[in-house]
Design a protein around this ligand. Structure first.
Ligand code: IPE
Ligand code: IPE
Ligand code: MG
Ligand code: MG
Ligand code: MG
Length: 290
């Protein structure tokens, strides 16, 4: 298999550069709000969701400049969700990526506004992107809003907060993992595929890949929460309520991560030899320690 690491690293650098081009307001009165946003946006995130979108774009031969706003929007949505997730009335986590959580530095009021501001900026930058045809932009933003909203990521976070615990059944836990995490992977892949003018069958395959990869990603996050090292993971451990490792034990979870990664790779067989980067991405995530 080709060595995709240079391509992955270069894609991440591209995202870092482009994110900086989408800086917000320079209004002096908003200085602290912008600082709070930047604090979380540039604090060592792995940039997995934009990377996935760029890999899918590559599969459909889309030039990079047509994917920049989408890639940055995905990272903004993800970052917004993390700022919110750490708040005292949510997971009450005081550290993130080895540093104090946003609200610890800026306060809950500013952190909440930073999260909503970032989320809104995500849609704004895609809609303002002149590289994308209007019909494609509408489809992309509609899909993102649908998968992030109450029936998507927000709903998953709600069920995690309100319905999870030691008594929960496996279908509730599956709902949580699919909605709070896997759905943003689905969104990342399918919106990039839409920009790439993919067929319905191709979009469905990318979504199936994203669903399985995202599901495996969250089970691994649970495993790291239950047995990882605080230094490497960079966030407080033993926090997650709806945790697969709690319900099934670690061995079964490791198997589930492998099974879902295999299912993700199977879903993209229809792309033949063009699927190498997606296979490499799946394998890379399987090995992560943070
Ligand atoms: C953390 O996501 C939240 C989950 C959905 C498990 P990542 O592990 O992608 O977070 P960063 O951005 O790399 O810190
Ligand atoms: C996070 O799930 C999912 C979202 C932020 C949408 P977790 O609560 O398990 O994520 P971490 O462990 O705090 O990163
Ligand atoms: Mg949480
Ligand atoms: Mg959390
Ligand atoms: Mg977690």
């Amino acid at each position: 298999m080709e060595d995709v690491l240079p391509y992955f690293n270069e894609s991440k650098s591209y995202v870092e550069t482009k994110l900086k081009e989408y800086m917000g307001s320079t209004e002096p009165l908003l200085k602290v709000l912008e600082e709070s946003i930047n604090y979380s946006l540039y604090s060592g995130g792995k940039r997995i969701r934009p990377l996935f979108a760029l890999v899918v774009g590559d599969l459909f031969g889309v030039s990079r400049n047509k994917l920049a706003s989408l890639a940055c929007a995905l990272e903004m949505i993800h970052t917004a969700s993390l700022i919110m997730d750490d708040l005292p009335n949510m997971d009450d986590a005081k550290t993130r990526r080895g540093r104090p959580a946003n609200h610890v530095i800026y306060g809950q009021d500013v952190a909440t506004l930073a999260s909503i501001g970032l989320l809104t900026r995500a849609y704004e930058i895609v809609l303002a992107d002149n590289e994308l045809p209007p019909d494609r932009k509408t489809r992309v933003v509609g899909k993102l809003a649908n998968l992030v909203g109450t029936e998507g990521l927000v709903g998953g976070q709600f069920v995690d907060l309100k319905c999870s615990g030691p008594e929960m059944d496996s279908s509730t836990l599956e709902y949580i993992h699919h909605h709070k995490t896997a759905i943003l992977f689905v969104a990342s892949g399918s919106t990039a595929a839409i920009i790439g003018n993919a067929s319905d069958e191709e979009i469905a395959a990318i979504e199936e890949y994203g669903r399985n990869l995202g599901f495996a990603f969250q089970i691994l996050d649970d495993l790291l929460d239950s047995a990882g090292s605080t230094e490497k993971v960079g966030k407080p451990l033993h926090r997650d309520r709806g945790n697969f490792a709690m319900l099934y034990g670690r061995d079964k979870c490791r198997q589930l991560v492998q099974d879902h990664t295999n299912a993700a790779i199977k879903a993209i067989e229809l792309f033949g030899g063009r699927n190498q980067k997606l296979i490499a991405l799946g394998r890379m995530l399987l090995k992560r320690k943070s």
